[in-house]
Write a protein that binds this ligand. Structure first.
Ligand SMILES: Nc1ncnc2c1ncn2[C@@H]1O[C@H](COP(=O)(O)OP(=O)(O)OP(=O)(O)O)[C@@H](O)[C@H]1O
Length: 256
C-alpha cells in the first residue's frame, strides 16, 4: 500500500479541460478532463494505443491539441511561443523508457551534460555538488566514476532518473519506468519514485502497464478508455468497477 503523500489540492499543477486530439480520421483524445495537484503521483493507465503518449506530448508542448485547454504550472501550453515552451520544459523532467545513458561517458559526465547544456555560468564546485546530490538521491554515489556498461539495468535506470532530477524539475514524467525490469528491480524503482516525491515534493505523472507499479506509486489512478478518463480515483476505487474492460485490465496483470 502506498504511504500517504502530502498533496496540496489548492495548488493545481496541471489543469486539462475538454482536450481533443485526432490524427486524420483517427480520434485519440475525445474530451479529456484532468487535474493534477502539487506533490501528487498520478498514474495513467490505458491499453496500448489509447493516447497516453499523445497526452504527455501535449502537456509538454510537443504536440498541439485540436480543442480544449491545457494549463501546466499556470501556463496555457498551446499559446506559448518556442522560447516560453523551452522555459516550461526546463521545469518538466522526462524519464523515458529509451532515455539511455551515453555509453562513452562516465556517470559523472552523463549527469554533467544536462547541467552544462541547460544552466549557464555554473562553477565546477556547483556542478560537483549538484552531481553528488543527484547521485545521493538515487542511492548510487559510489558509481560516480563508472561507465554505464559496468552498471546493472536497474542502476542505469536510476542514473537516468538522477540525470533528470539534477535539473530540479517541478513535474516528473515517467514513461513505463519498470518496463523490462525484474520484480525486485521494479520494486526499487517504485520506491525511488515515491522517495523523489517525498524528498522534493515533486508532482509526477507515471505511465505504466504494471499494476504493481500503479498500486505502489499512485496516489491517484486515471484510466484512459475511449479517449477519456472515465475512471479516476485511488487504485482500489478504480478497480472496484464492474466494467468488463477495467476488470480485464486487472485480471491480465500479475499482482500480489
Ligand atoms: N504523430 C502522430 N501521427 C499520427 N498518429 C499518431 C501520432 N502520434 C500518435 N498517433 C496515434 O495515436 C494513437 C495513440 O498513440 P499513443 O502513442 O499515445 O498510445 P499509447 O497509449 O502511448 O500506447 P502504448 O501503451 O503502446 O505506448 C495511436 O494509434 C498512434 O498510432
Amino acid at each position: 500500500m502506498k504511504k500517504q503523500a502530502k498533496i496540496d489540492t489548492s495548488n493545481k499543477v496541471i489543469d486539462i479541460r475538454g482536450l481533443k486530439k485526432s490524427f486524420g480520421s483517427l480520434t485519440v483524445l475525445r474530451g479529456v478532463d484532468l487535474d493534477i495537484y502539487k506533490g501528487e503521483n498520478l498514474v495513467v493507465l490505458g491499453r496500448s494505443g489509447t493516447g497516453k503518449s499523445v497526452l504527455i506530448k501535449i502537456i509538454s508542448g510537443l504536440l498541439k491539441a485540436d480543442e480544449g485547454s491545457v494549463k501546466v504550472l499556470g501556463e496555457e501550453v498551446g499559446t506559448l511561443n518556442s522560447k516560453e515552451l523551452d522555459a516550461l520544459r526546463l521545469k518538466i523532467g522526462f524519464s523515458f523508457q529509451n532515455s539511455a545513458l551515453y555509453d562513452s561517458m562516465t556517470v559523472y559526465e552523463n549527469l554533467e551534460f544536462p547541467l552544462i547544456r541547460n544552466v549557464r555560468n555554473l562553477s565546477r564546485k556547483e556542478i560537483n555538488a549538484a552531481i553528488e546530490e543527484a547521485l545521493e538521491d538515487v542511492g548510487l554515489s559510489q558509481t560516480i566514476h563508472q561507465m554505464p556498461s559496468q552498471l546493472s539495468g536497474g542502476q542505469r535506470k536510476r542514473i537516468g532518473i538522477a540525470r533528470t532530477l539534477i535539473l530540479k524539475p517541478e513535474i516528473m514524467l515517467y514513461d513505463e519506468p519498470t518496463a523490462g525490469l525484474d520484480p525486485i528491480t521494479s520494486a526499487e524503482i517504485n520506491n525511488l519514485i515515491n522517495q523523489v516525491q517525498a524528498q522534493h515534493n515533486t508532482t509526477s505523472i507515471i505511465i505504466t502497464h504494471d499494476l504493481t507499479c500503479a498500486k505502489t506509486t499512485g496516489d491517484r489512478i486515471a484510466m484512459l478508455l475511449d479517449g477519456q478518463f472515465q475512471r479516476q480515483g485511488t487504485f482500489e476505487e478504480v478497480f472496484a468497477s464492474d466494467e468488463e474492460r477495467v476488470k480485464q485490465f486487472y485480471e491480465y496483470n500479475f499482482i500480489d
